[in-house]
Design a protein around this ligand. Structure first.
Ligand SMILES: Nc1ncnc2c1ncn2[C@@H]1O[C@H](COP(=O)(O)OP(=O)(O)OP(=O)(O)O)[C@@H](O)[C@H]1O
Ligand SMILES: [Mg+2]
Length: 388
């Protein structure tokens, strides 16, 4: 099975490209599901057909799904949500605000990603195409497994033991309500599911992330940043899609300046994402809506290529042995050395790049060793581990 994720800055064409890709996959004979992690129901607009929160048939071999975030939260988080609401309310927070606070930011999107794992397990489709929320939200989401894992390890296990002991005496001496077993069970279940999902999304055999952009300054900057962080979190990007490129036949003087600037930015895109193939799509005369327009977009986009192919083999992380030392290598394009901070804590390595932190649980072989130094060469962060 293949999972293809399309992400990029707001408005660049993620939904249109996802819909076009899914349609093309279906027409190539793959059983395809296209789903959106974006609560704004935009796939419905792209296909011009109503898509429900259950796989909805759209064409031969093609199903669409729009997540209902409220339903997902009720099904997956209700017990914790009720506990947190009670907790906040006990601290004098107004009921409505308490209810809002009990849903962590990004949770609705998180549950939609968890759905991917369910479908993956059922093996009901050959391809799942995911129309992601804009880059920032997607990054935060992909960071979730590590964040929740960190809390679970550091906080929950410890607290669970303590709470178990305390509860033997009484709840009432405390001014805050203590969580019941079901709350821990729910968080633990979620932790496991998030871990399983991360394993699917970080498996380069299964998942490829594609960066959709427009040849414009701010869009390229944001996409570069996203590319670095995706690598840092261990996800594989295998293509860039440059959408809304003005075609040659536009000769109108009014657009001359636009064309020239797009040309410059396309060169910059090529220089920036050199390892990844760049697929270009022109700006059409009108919006890309309906099967016919989507089919045209897919044809222009992929030509004779199969969208389920692996377009690039860039491994975000690997461990190599040189002499007596082990080197952990992370592919981190667009990073200056000064921006990187490393901190070792037990079997964890904390890597900070700019404002984003990654807690990397070190593989067994490195956990016994000390980080001895780090350098960046050709966009690869190399950390040396040794015993002496
Ligand atoms: N190549 C193109 N030519 C013309 N119109 C396009 C093209 N690509 C996308 N569009 C149109 O641009 C608009 C935005 O596209 P789309 O909704 O796919 O972007 P998005 O990245 O999903 O946006 P959001 O971040 O809001 O989810 C839509 O109206 C779509 O039909
Ligand atoms: Mg969209």
């Amino acid at each position: 099975m293949r999972v293809l994720l399309y992400t990029g800055k707001g408005g660049v064409g993620k939904t249109s490209v996802s819909a076009a890709t899914a349609l093309y996959c279906a027409e190539l004979g793959y059983r395809t599901l296209v789903m959106s992690t974006d609560p704004a129901h935009s796939l419905t607009d792209s296909f011009g057909q109503h898509i429900r929160s259950e796989p909805t048939p759209l064409a031969k071999n093609l199903w669409g799904l729009e997540i209902d975030p409220f339903r997902e939260i009720e099904e997956n988080w209700a017990i914790v949500k009720d506990y947190l609401s009670t907790l906040f309310a006990s601290q004098g927070v107004n009921d409505i605000v308490a209810e809002e606070l009990s849903i962590l930011p990004g949770m609705d999107e998180l549950f939609s990603l968890l759905k991917i794992r369910n479908f993956y397990e059922q093996n009901a489709y050959d391809v799942i195409v995911v129309d992601c929320a804009p880059t920032g939200a997607t990054l935060r989401l992909l960071h979730f497994p590590e964040m929740i894992g960190w809390y679970m390890r550091r906080l929950f296990h410890v607290q669970r033991k303590v709470v178990g002991t305390i509860r033997k005496f009484t709840d009432e001496i405390f001014s805050i309500p203590l969580p019941r077993e079901e709350v821990y069970d729910t968080v633990e279940r979620l932790y496991k599911r998030v871990g399983d999902m991360k394993a699917v999304l970080a498996d380069p055999e299964v998942t490829s992330i594609r960066l959709v952009l427009n040849p414009e300054k701010m869009v390229i900057e944001e996409t570069r940043r996203a590319y670095t962080y995706l690598n840092l979190f261990g996800f594989v990007c295998d293509a860039v899609i440059a959408n809304k490129v003005l075609p040659d036949e536009v000769t109108d003087k009014y657009f001359a300046e636009w064309k020239a600037s797009q040309q410059r930015y396309l060169e910059e895109v090529e220089a920036s994402f050199g390892l990844l193939p760049i697929f270009k799509v022109r700006l059409y005369e009108r919006e890309v809506v309906g099967i016919k327009a989507l089919r045209q977009m897919a044809k222009d986009l992929y030509g004779d290529c199969d969208p389920t192919d692996h377009f690039a083999e860039v491994k975000p992380m690997r461990i190599v042995k040189r002499g007596k030392d082990y080197w952990l290598e992370l592919h981190l394009p667009f990073t200056e050395k000064g921006e990187i901070h490393l901190l070792r804590r037990g079997d964890e390595l904390i890597i900070r790049v700019g404002t984003i932190k990654r807690h990397l649980v070190l593989p067994h072989i490195l956990a016994k060793q000390e980080p001895k130094g780090a350098k960046i060469e050709d966009g690869i962060l190399q950390i040396r581990f040794g015993t002496s």
